[in-house]
Design a protein around this ligand. Structure first.
Ligand code: ADP
Ligand code: 5GP
Length: 229
């Protein structure tokens, strides 16, 4: 029951919700084997969907050509990263393909409090940690069409050495095994179709009854004028 129904008829309502969607931000997690297309899809999602912010992680990996500090990642060294772990500055962190990656707390918490939805593009180990901390988070696993297509996407992207590509392909079985822990699965075959599937998940989650502001509904449709004050 919301606090509205227990308020006395003369007491003013403190900061009544302004809209049905006046609620805390939703935490969306996207994971996929490297080369599947999650970076491409996440960029399109943040460009197309209003009120969605993508978190920028810290990593000890070296920047790839074209990557910028503060845009794709905050590039840092192992010692600074360890200090951040000790200061509990990460929501989650993990070692992936030999490098450390972590999601910083500060901006994420601010966005959620300000009703802005947050998108995390993180690996399966990070997703486990976030799901434990945020039980109402929504996780989406992106599958490539096949291992052959995945290999060719990694080769076409041209950002990893043959050894790195091999290491990434070797991890696929382990990563895909985690699919059952995710709320949704989207196969990234045709980019337009995958984008449509992803956007429909985001819009549907935003409209779930449990996430909407029931106080607003009661205030506007159920309680009489006197009680609304
Ligand atoms: P990830 O972030 O999962 O490692 P990327 O977004 O970097 O993957 O995509 C890997 C490569 O595959 C890029 O060259 C990208 O342009 C290409 N790609 C992504 N999605 C598709 C798709 N649906 N069809 C064909 N190529 C794609
Ligand atoms: P890449 O080096 O290709 O950008 O990313 C390698 C892997 O690290 C991807 O699976 C990506 O999702 C994951 N990753 C990126 N940022 C984070 C993070 O903050 N935490 C975790 N756990 N994984 C991350």
């Amino acid at each position: 029951m919301s606090s509205m129904t227990t308020t006395s008829s003369t007491a003013p309502v403190p900061n009544p919700p302004r809209a049905l969607t006046d609620r805390r931000g939703i935490l969306f997690i996207i994971s996929a084997p490297s080369g599947t297309g999650k970076t491409t899809l996440c960029k399109q999602l943040t460009a197309n969907l209003p009120n969605l912010w993508q978190s920028v992680s810290y990593t000890t990996r070296k920047p790839r050509p074209g990557e910028e500090h503060g845009r794709e990642y905050y590039f840092t060294d192992e010692q600074l990263f360890q200090e951040m772990i000790e200061r509990s500055e990460f929501v989650e962190w993990a070692r992936v393909y030999g490098n450390l990656y972590g999601t910083p707390w500060k901006l994420l918490a601010e966005k959620i409090e300000r009703n802005i939805d947050v998108l995390l593009e993180i690996d399966v180990q990070g997703a486990i940690q976030v799901r434990k901390r945020f039980e109402d988070s929504v996780s989406i696993f992106i599958l490539p069409p096949s291992i052959t297509v995945l290999r060719s996407r990694l080769e076409t992207r041209g950002s990893d050495s043959p050894e790195e590509i091999q290491a990434r392909l070797q991890k696929v079985k382990e990563e895909v095994w985690s699919y059952r822990d995710y709320t949704y699965i989207v196969q990234n075959d045709d980019l337009t179709r995958s984008q449509r599937d992803l956007e429909s998940i985001f819009w549907s989650e935003r409209l779930k009854t449990e996430r909407l502001n029931m106080t607003w509904i009661e205030n506007n449709f159920i309680l009489d004028g006197e009680r609304k004050s």
